[in-house]
Ligand binder design. Structure first.
Ligand SMILES: CC(C)(COP(=O)([O-])OP(=O)([O-])OC[C@H]1O[C@@H](n2cnc3c(N)ncnc32)[C@H](O)[C@@H]1OP(=O)([O-])[O-])[C@@H](O)C(=O)NCCC(=O)NCCSC(=O)C[C@@](C)(O)CC(=O)[O-]
Length: 302
């Protein structure tokens, strides 16, 4: 199959990128990050999550973050909402999109959201209904679609089954997530082809962590399977508190560099993203893990 001419990048650094940072990042830094990302042209920014602050303390200031940002018209600002309590907070914060997040692995579902897959779907039902009545976009994420840190291999049928159930809840978009970055290109293509038999390809997203350095190859494989929405995080920030050892998301700078080389349009200013990657890395005190970002920044400095 030919590659898409246009790709939508969902920037997840403010949420997935920062949620695992041990030191609390000041609300003002989170706000500036989102404002800079908005200005760089991202069509969709996963900004905050409304989850239990006991489980993920770094995300406890979601309401203040949303109250402080300058919204760019046309940008979709998303929040993770595991239950109605989270949904109510998201509605009050004026989110454009809420994200329910389940897993294709029972073990991970228990660790991450403290319930079975079936219980999670039942919990998401009222959230989905509330989102639809409020006119918000609804997205679902399926963790461990390529493997689980507790259970190991995850059958493709389990991913397809959760995707089907998420679709039945009325989701506008469904993320196939490689939480621990174990997927390789052939398997990614198989999983994407299987999921797109039940969900239209234009509504499926690839969410890849780069633990094994496979993300760019996996994005290419997913594009070959008809996918044109990908999640990425500036400077490769990220990690899930319930997936020990997993590194960050694929770095946005690397994805944009690859897509530019393939002549695929994203509408995002790579140069601005390189600056954002260096700036946020200096704020959180570790070096950017984006190869393209560091190379382009070095070239600029020279
Ligand atoms: C889902 C729950 C809440 C269940 O947690 P629980 O303990 O089973 O739920 P509960 O209903 O018994 O509530 C326990 C306490 O949490 C509070 N609470 C309950 N809900 C909320 C809420 N929405 N906002 C704020 N507070 C909340 C609730 O009020 C109560 O407070 P207490 O009475 O003890 O003071 C919990 O397990 C949780 O918050 N988990 C966090 C999961 C999370 O954020 N994980 C990281 C994001 S997922 C991810 O990174 C993967 C992804 C999406 O990127 C894709 C990939 O790569 O795989």
């Amino acid at each position: 199959m030919s590659l898409p001419t246009k790709v939508k990048i969902v920037e997840v650094s403010p949420r997935d990128g920062l949620q695992n940072e041990k030191e609390f990042i000041p609300t003002s830094v989170k706000i500036e990050l989102i404002n800079r990302l908005s200005a760089a042209g991202f069509p969709n920014i996963e900004a905050v999550s409304f989850v239990s602050p006991k489980w993920v303390p770094q995300m406890a200031d979601g309401a203040d973050v949303m109250a402080g940002i300058q919204r760019r018209p046309g940008t979709i600002y998303s929040a993770l909402t595991p239950n109605l309590k989270g949904f109510d907070a998201a509605l009050a914060a004026g989110m454009d999109e809420v994200v329910i997040f389940g897993a294709a692995s029972e073990a991970f579902s228990q660790k991450n959201i403290n319930c079975s897959i079936a219980e999670s779907i039942a919990r998401f039902e009222p959230v989905a209904q509330a989102a639809k009545s409020a006119g918000l976009r609804l997205r679902a994420s399926i963790s461990c679609s390529l493997g689980c840190p507790y259970q190991g291999e995850v059958p493709i049928g389990a991913v397809v089954d959760v995707a089907r159930r998420m679709l039945a809840l009325g989701c506008d978009e469904i993320d196939v997530a490689d939480t621990i970055g174990v997927g390789t290109a052939a398997r990614v293509e198989q999983v994407m082809r299987a999921v797109t038999e039940v969900v239209e390809p234009s509504r499926v997203a690839g969410h890849f962590h780069d633990t094994y350095g496979q993300s760019l190859a996996n994005i290419l494989a997913a594009m070959q399977a008809g996918i044109s929405i990908f999640h990425a995080s500036v400077a490769g920030l990220g990690g899930c508190p319930y997936a020990k050892g997993a590194t960050g998301n694929v770095a946005t700078e690397d994805v944009l560099y690859m897509l530019r080389g393939l002549d695929i349009d994203t509408g995002i200013d790579l140069d601005a993203v390189v600056d954002i990657g260096q700036w946020i890395s200096s704020h959180i005190g570790h070096k950017s893990s984006s190869r393209a970002g560091n190379a382009l920044a070095a070239r600029k400095a020279a």
